[in-house]
Design a protein around this ligand. Sequence first.
Ligand SMILES: NC(=O)c1ccc[n+]([C@@H]2O[C@H](COP(=O)([O-])OP(=O)(O)OC[C@H]3O[C@@H](n4cnc5c(N)ncnc54)[C@H](OP(=O)(O)O)[C@@H]3O)[C@@H](O)[C@H]2O)c1
Length: 350
Amino acid sequence: MAKIDFGGVLEEVVTREEFSLSRAREVLKNERIAVLGYGVQGPGQALNLKDNGFEVIIGQRPEEPVYWNKAIQDGFEPGKTLFPIEEAARQATIIQYLLSDAGQVATWDKVKACLNKGDALYFSHGFSIVYKEQTGVVPPEDVDVILVAPKGSGRTVRTNFLDGSGINSSFAVFQDATGRARERTLALGIAIGSGYLFETTFQNEVFSDLTGERGVLMGCLAGMMEAQYNTLRRNGHSPSEAFNETVEELTQSLIRLVAENGMDWMFANCSTTAQRGALDWAPRFRDAVLPVFEELYASVIKGSETRRVLEANSAEDYREKLDKELTAMRESEMWRAGAAVRALRPENRK
Ligand SMILES: NC(=O)c1ccc[n+]([C@@H]2O[C@H](COP(=O)([O-])OP(=O)(O)OC[C@H]3O[C@@H](n4cnc5c(N)ncnc54)[C@H](OP(=O)(O)O)[C@@H]3O)[C@@H](O)[C@H]2O)c1
């Protein structure tokens, strides 16, 4: 493992140089891998495994045709490489549990019954294992329980693989029944197309992931944008002006600079007027939202977030309710203004 200095803290990272694809092929040469679930992560990981030469089959319920048909379109054949969930789980030695987290809870008893001694049960999220009191997912002691969690959408897992770059993932071993759990995990990490592999635990993965998506990555981002947009609108600014100053300039310019070279570089490449104000106001915002982040993290640890997810996402009318919420967002003035602003991007000029 390479030791890398992250802001003064040394961490170990596994690279493709140390753990090559050919080593992964050697480690997994006698394994049959079942990817259960063909939603978002399922296709990305399964297609990368297949293209990398691993033996992979899909487990997906046929009675819900959308993802079953998607697997067929992607080249998996019913009865040969595409099966109902339990059948795929029974045939495999590595079971990649890539149903939605609520779907894992719903199918666990059936999947558990398909596990054989020495199998590896693989997750891309610590959710089911860490919150076992809520999910009931307690694997038998004679299987490996491992995790590789790509740090991005399943779509990026695939597109980065196709452009040759790979995606970064975290990995963890929760239970090592065979003595091979770690090498199986690293081999799978490389096999699904990871570029770098960062070691974690199931617990740290799920705590940080749930916090991140509720926080800066999605929840906080959406709330903060709305607050600024509304402030500008209440003070008489037009929708286009409020949207441009809140979202468009961020997504089209500034955040790209942050991605390239960090926050200081973005600040350094803005006007001195912008710099001064941003430097003065950043600590005010940090201190204002800190208590909300503390509350969020506590809610994650307590299991309140997962309880809410399981309740909401296993409801019969889950998709309808979700659609309603997303439609309300899309049809709000702010995001309708956004659609109009996006259409006016210079690259969209006919
Ligand atoms: N989305 C991401 O980018 C991402 C990133 C990192 C990690 N992860 C993790 O990867 C795992 C898979 O996530 P995902 O986003 O790919 O999930 P998803 O797109 O929501 O996948 C849904 C899959 O689960 C199946 N499913 C749901 N409920 C079911 C049930 N009751 N019975 C049988 N099948 C059911 C769906 O099939 P049907 O059509 O039959 O319902 C579909 O195949 C999760 O642990 C997630 O936390 C996801």
